[in-house]
Ligand binder design. Structure first.
Ligand SMILES: [Fe+2]
Length: 274
């Protein structure tokens, strides 16, 4: 089983780098589409858009609609639960009117559990007691398979980041970490948010965060020839060894001849020539 993880595309229509963010996202999906073997699933670990607006989700949705593999999305701190739900409800995996955007996917050898770590107060993460109960229920719903958990905010101190703790309080992160250890079946945690590669663990469970797909927002030092090339991650599952992760640079030959322009930008005439 191969999971392609993407994160932090921060799609917007109004910033000076708006076209580039769309280009980064579209190039990444094109690269994933060209992989052989193809991934079984694509998971976006949040901050799909930058301001949580419906028109941003429309543009992001057009790009994701070009993906060949099934796509699942999480909410990040820049997302808006209501507008995200509206944009992706048709895909069928979200609850009808959820308080939180969390769910499990049972179609693969590893169960996938997506969590909601949003706070209404800040860009940092939250994990309240209600969400602990929801996570325990999701974990207990099937005891036959290992589980990979996806979160926007990483549940470990990202020591490379200016502020290592990604949750509002250490107690919130501890609640999440304890719930992740509940069954012994969670074998990996994959996150975004910090816009850079980071690795930690949750009491022995390997946990990683990936860089932002948006190259203008990516943190860390990249060589000049890579600065405009998005990177994403492939997580390959082996029943004996668990997950092995590869960070992949979008190949130049997979960059489409014409850059993607969403319908909303075409109609407004608000388009930079490709
Ligand atoms: Fe982000």
């Amino acid at each position: 089983m191969i999971i392609a993880q993407i994160s932090d595309t921060h799609i917007t229509l109004v910033t000076p780098d708006a076209d580039r963010r769309m280009r980064d996202f579209a190039r990444t999906v094109a690269d994933i589409n060209a992989l052989d073997p193809a991934p079984d699933v694509i998971i976006h670990t949040g901050d799909i858009v930058h301001r949580g607006r419906a028109e941003e989700y429309a543009a992001a949705g057009e790009i994701l609609a070009t993906a060949r593999a099934p796509v699942y999305v999480l909410a990040g701190n820049k997302d808006d639960r209501v507008n995200l739900h509206e944009a992706f409800a048709r895909s069928g995996y979200l609850e009808r009117e959820p308080d939180f955007i969390d769910y499990a996917v049972d179609d693969y050898p590893v169960r996938l559990i997506a969590l909601d770590t949003l706070s209404s107060r800040s860009d940092k993460g939250d994990f309240c007691r209600k969400r602990v109960k929801r996570l325990i229920d999701l974990i207990d719903a099937d005891t036959s398979k290992p589980i990979a958990v996806f979160t926007h905010h990483p549940p470990f101190d990202a020591t490379e980041a200016p502020e290592p703790l990604q949750f509002e309080t250490r107690d919130m992160m501890t609640r999440l970490r304890q719930a992740l250890q509940h069954s012994g079946r969670v074998i990996a945690v994959f996150s975004g948010h910090v816009h850079r590669t980071a690795a930690g663990n949750v009491a022995g469970i390997p946990a990683t965060a990936m860089p932002s797909i948006a190259t203008t927002l990516r943190k860390g030092d990249y060589p000049a020839e890579m600065k405009t090339l998005p990177v994403y991650q492939l997580h390959r599952f082996d029943p004996e060894w668990g997950f092995a992760t590869e960070t992949r640079i979008v190949a130049r030959q997979n960059i489409p001849a014409r850059d993607f322009v969403p319908a909303s930008r075409r109609q407004s005439g608000f388009v930079n020539a490709p």
